[in-house]
Design a protein around this ligand. Structure first.
Ligand SMILES: Nc1ncnc2c1ncn2[C@@H]1O[C@H](COP(=O)(O)OP(=O)(O)O)[C@@H](O)[C@H]1O
Ligand SMILES: [Mg+2]
Length: 297
């Protein structure tokens, strides 16, 4: 389906999150805007401390924004009741952490781990077992049903974690650096699995990652800088004659107030600091250092 024809499933507008520790306030998100369409498979990248985990925790219902708007599937994350939030976390969203140990109960085997969220949701034992087995098949671990986490490789543990996250059939899967502790082969197979789950079941997937090859694997990569979305890369298939190739288009994001983030490297190269001149060109804008004098066209 065309990427712009699908319903907007996640909408964040001017989102703020201020973490308070004693007297100290850390602004982790400062006016973040983001839209994600239903069925999208997208990645979020950005330097450490830029606010990626804060955003994911908010979308997972694990943390509450300080201000702004955040809707997921029509539900308002800022005004949701405590009870609705419990239900939201249980069945509307699945979460995978970087630390494999955080996703799984060490003394339960793979099937039992996948059953836990279903049993908490009141699913009967027989149905839970059947569905857990099917989910482990979907993540290609049908030969590891009764292995405990420590008997599995890191990549296998993350695949069990994905099955756990999908236990109650959520339409949204969030993963915070899920391959951070894996070697490149295991990481690659986890990304292949995300692509498969996205394609086969239409699950909307957001992955925070440092994987340099991520742009080739997802529909879209959004970069976060200093608590705001800064740029975006889309994957597109270009057809030329009977040849088709994958190309990546990169954009700088412009918010509702007209603000955009110009990459630091470019500003430094032109010695642009506090202010710049913006001139109208033929169908484009020019941004010049203030020291450059040029008559408007
Ligand atoms: N629970 C918290 N309490 C205080 N500060 C936090 C907390 N979580 C994150 N921060 C701060 O918020 C900023 C963004 O953090 P985070 O969202 O974890 O970034 P990232 O995942 O991109 O590395 C950082 O400055 C971090 O130190
Ligand atoms: Mg993080």
């Amino acid at each position: 389906m065309d990427r712009d024809s699908r319903e907007v499933y996640i909408r964040c507008e001017d989102l703020f999150k201020i973490h308070k520790i004693a007297d100290l306030e850390v602004v982790a998100l400062r006016g973040l805007d983001l839209k994600v369409r239903r069925g999208e498979f997208m990645a979020i990248v950005g330097a450490s401390g830029s606010g990626k985990s804060t955003l994911l925790n908010i979308l997972a219902g694990l943390d509450v924004p300080s201000a702004g708007r955040a809707f997921v599937g029509g539900q308002d994350l800022l005004t949701m009741s405590r009870q609705d939030m419990v239900e939201y976390r249980r069945s509307r969203v699945g979460f995978v952490w970087q630390q494999t140990g955080r996703n799984l109960v060490p003394y339960l085997d793979a099937v039992q781990n996948v059953e836990v969220p279903m049993i908490l949701a009141g699913v009967g034992k027989a149905e839970a077992r059947e569905r857990a087995t099917a989910l482990l098949e979907a993540v290609h671990l049908q030969h590891r049903l009764h292995h405990r986490p420590q008997q599995l490789s890191g990549g296998e543990q993350q695949r069990v974690s994905i099955a756990v996250a999908l236990a109650n059939n959520p339409p949204l899967l969030l993963a915070d650096e899920p391959t951070g502790e894996l070697d490149s082969v295991a990481a690659s197979s986890v990304f292949d699995l995300f692509a498969e789950l996205n394609h086969d079941f239409g699950i909307t997937i957001i992955v925070v990652t440092h994987d340099p090859d991520i742009a080739a694997r997802v529909d879209r990569v959004v970069a976060i800088r200093d608590g705001r979305t800064s740029s975006e890369i889309f994957r597109r298939i270009r057809h030329e004659g009977n040849q088709a190739e994958v190309v990546h288009d990169e954009y700088v994001l412009v918010d509702a107030a007209g603000r955009l983030q110009i990459p630091h490297e470019l500003l430094e190269r032109l010695s642009i600091r506090d202010r710049a001149k913006v001139l109208m060109g033929e169908g484009h804008l020019e941004i010049l250092p203030e020291s450059v004098t040029r008559e408007p066209r």
